[in-house]
Design a protein around this ligand. Structure first.
Ligand code: ARG
Length: 466
């Protein structure tokens, strides 16, 4: 017998039953569903909608069911469609007909909404925690590599040398923005839809603020129709997760490039690589490749949900049941990627010599030579032209700028003197960029300490958040 079977004269077609059911995936929400039900029933008892003893019996029954679910003793059934009706059925079996009072003044529409809010709230916090953990590893590596110099690239061509710390700190900044986004989205996630009923509210004298407070929500939805049909917080969550994946994927791409023999900048620990079934010499960066590869499914879930929502009339439509699997899969994908990226970065070995060698071979000091000429009185555009011709000359002569004799330099500009060699030396080039956020050592050290401070702020947010 279905919980909603009263107006039906026939059993549900078996195919319909399977097609319609969400229990195979929404059992993920069991804990949140019970948490929400306990808050609801507590309020019904307090407001006199149920007697205190009825409320107590229901709460006790729900707690027993929660224990059984945690112990793996419950088998959910497709006949009971979703997690909400499965639990209600179990409750009635557990405590008898009084269990049928749980759903007073509530609909599955506001129930599923509250479950998802609780779930995403929990995952938002977890994601911030994992991102902070990753930032910590990046910061530790950066601290080790303040004096490690490698070429910085534009167009994947050597551009200007940078400190490896500076390069790693760029990712710390990206993840810092991700954390800011998650923390900002938290206030929208932490809004309680329960009490909206199916669409229009309820006739019982309920107290929505009491429920919200019980569940740790900061506020309630102020419109019952919005409460049951809003999925903006899920779109927001998926879009933040998509950006996190973009950052992880870009980092992965660099790790993949850097481990290749062509770069030879880093060595990933054996514990984080895999081999080839045929080529005995291979050690492959499968993990960063997988992270890069899994970015696609996360983007897909975002676009999938946006597409589901587009043109849905108010309020609840069964289409909305499609909001869950993508979110669950996104959480699984992100938690996996973030958890594995941290120890992989922590254990990587950095080949400083190779980085330095590449920074010194090439023309990544060409801008500095131009700036040198500007300081001697040329306009930047004229200086650019002179150095461009010099670079061309060097390419023909198969040498780099620092390999030119003073005589060769002076053939291109009489302004070049002996002090030029200091100015175009790799360390000096890095150290000369003293502008805020540049590569000079004191700038990098300043950023490092700012990032650590920001990380502490995140940790204190994590310690007070629900
Ligand atoms: N399983 C449903 C979902 O995930 C729960 C809400 C069902 N509401 C309804 N009116 N059929 O969306």
């Amino acid at each position: 017998m279905k919980l909603w079977g009263g107006r039906f004269t026939k059993p549900t077609n078996r195919l319909v039953e399977e097609y319609n059911a969400s229990i195979t995936f929404d059992q993920e929400l069991a804990e949140e569903d019970i948490q929400g039900s306990i808050a609801h029933v507590t309020m019904l008892g307090a407001c006199g909608v149920l007697s205190q003893s009825e409320a107590d019996q229901i709460i006790e029954g729900l707690e027993k069911i929660l224990q059984k679910i945690r112990a793996g003793e419950i088998e959910f059934s497709i006949e009971n469609e979703d997690i909400h009706m499965n639990i209600e059925k179990l409750l009635i079996e557990e405590i008898g007909p009084v269990g049928g009072k749980l759903h007073t003044g509530r609909s599955r529409n506001d129930q599923v909404a509250v479950d998802m809010h609780l779930y995403v709230r929990k995952q938002t916090v977890e994601m911030v925690r994992l991102l902070t953990q990753l930032q910590r590893v990046l910061i530790e590596q950066a601290e080790q590599h303040v004096d490690t110099i490698l070429p910085g690239y534009t167009h994947l061509q050597r551009a200007q040398p940078v400190r490896f710390a500076h390069h790693l700190l760029a990712y710390v900044s990206m993840f810092e923005r991700d954390i800011e986004r998650l923390i900002d989205s938290y206030k929208r996630v932490n809004t309680c839809p329960l009490g909206a009923g199916a669409i229009a509210g309820t006739t019982f004298p309920t107290d929505r603020h009491m429920v919200a407070k019980h569940l740790g929500f900061d506020r309630i939805y102020d419109n019952s129709m919005d409460a049951v049909s809003d999925r903006d917080y899920l779109v927001e969550f998926l879009s933040i997760c998509s950006l996190i994946m973009v950052h992880l994927s870009r980092l992965s791409e660099e790790l993949i490039l850097w481990t290749s023999e062509e770069f030879n900048y880093i060595v990933l620990d054996d514990a984080f690589c895999t081999g080839s079934s045929m080529m005995p010499q291979k050690k492959n960066p499968d993990i960063p490749e997988l992270i890069r590869g899994k970015t696609g499914r996360v983007f897909g879930h975002l676009i999938g949900l946006l597409t589901t929502l587009k043109a849905l009339p108010l309020t609840y439509n069964k289409d909305l049941q499609e909001d869950k699997e993508g979110v669950f899969d996104t959480v699984k994908t992100l938690t996996g990627a973030l958890s594995i990226m941290a120890p992989m970065l922590q254990t990587m070995k950095v080949n400083k010599e190779q980085m330095k060698k590449n920074a010194e071979s090439g023309f990544s000091n060409a801008t500095d030579l131009a700036d040198y000429l500007v300081n001697k009185g040329l306009s930047f555009r004229e200086a650019h032209e002179v150095v461009g011709k010099l670079v061309l000359y060097c390419i023909e002569q198969d040498k780099y700028l620092a390999g030119c004799t003073l005589d060769e330099f002076q053939r291109f500009s009489k302004l070049i003197e002996q002090d030029v060699y200091d100015k175009i030396a790799c360390e000096q080039v890095v150290e000369a960029r003293i502008s805020l956020g540049g590569t000079a050592k004191n700038q990098v050290l300043k950023t490092l300490s700012e990032k650590k401070k920001k990380m502490d702020e995140t940790l204190s947010w994590l310690s007070i958040v629900y």
